[in-house]
Design a protein. Structure first.
Length: 262
């Protein structure tokens, strides 16, 4: 069942949303707003939309930037006029760390239009925000996530999308592929690893065994005594023994390439 997960100052709660087509891809959405009336209005709109959302709520911009992490959010609704630091100052900080996240200013004034242009802020939402405008912003953020920010695979015709970056590894048993996710979920689809390999774009995915594909980004360690990758979620992925040195070399080359590009 789709959920709107709301996190406010570290306290989390979940509220159910109705099933609908948009719920195939969960969006990480942040609201930074100090006015309770406007905050509750925007939260209510998000709750009633057809999108599956992890919602993070901040009452001031300083608290937001203290906890900000690049690539954590797909969409940020940012108020401009707040105490301590303004929304414009907060977005200046955000853009130093994340140039891709979709940002929408929520404001009673268009005085900062040039700031918005300079900081690549995609939308201005005039308060009180309107449902149609919020849905349009969600649509655009969702589209960006699928087409540019992250690549995804489709579980099935009537199923959802999975972020490739959330996949720890995949294994095949007969005609079913089991997909292990970073959050502990185990999903499956009727396919072969060859089919899945064609969907998984990126050098981080590697066929390390005839029945396994591993995501190098989630490898914690290599246990050379039993020929396995130890993954960040605690699971172990077998490595083909006859090709063990070559596979280890491929992993090391990937790690070095990531470090060089940072």
């Amino acid at each position: 069942m789709p959920l709107l997960n709301v996190t406010t100052f570290g306290k989390a709660e979940s509220r159910s949303l109705r099933n609908c087509p948009h719920s195939s891809l969960r969006l990480n959405v942040a609201i930074c707003e100090d006015e309770d009336i406007e905050l509750k209005r925007l939260e209510k709109i998000l709750e009633l939309t057809d999108f599956e959302i992890n919602l993070f709520v901040f009452k001031n911009a300083l608290e937001f930037i203290r906890t900000f992490e690049a690539k954590k959010y797909d969409l940020i609704f940012m108020d401009i006029y707040m105490p301590e630091i303004t929304g414009v100052e907060a977005v200046e900080f955000i853009r130093q760390k994340d140039k891709d996240v979709y940002i929408s200013f929520c404001t009673t004034s268009v005085d900062h239009a040039l700031d918005g242009y300079r900081l690549n802020v995609e939308r201005y939402l005039e308060k009180p925000v309107r449902t149609d405008d919020v849905i349009e912003v969600l649509e655009r953020a969702r589209s960006r996530r699928v087409t540019t920010k992250r690549r995804c695979i489709l579980l099935g015709k009537n199923s959802g999308l999975i972020d490739n970056e959330d996949i720890v590894f995949a294994e095949q048993n007969n005609h079913t592929v089991y997909i292990h996710l970073l959050n502990g979920e185990l999903l499956h689809k009727t396919a072969t690893l060859d089919n899945l390999s064609a969907e998984l774009c990126g050098t981080n995915f590697f066929r390390c065994h005839k029945s396994y594909i591993v995501n190098f980004d989630h490898v914690e360690n290599i246990d050379r005594s039993i020929y396995v990758f130890e993954m960040k979620n605690g699971e172990k992925v077998p490595i083909k023994q006859r090709e063990f040195p070559q596979i280890c070399d491929s992993f090391n080359e990937y790690v070095f390439s990531v470090m060089r590009n940072r």
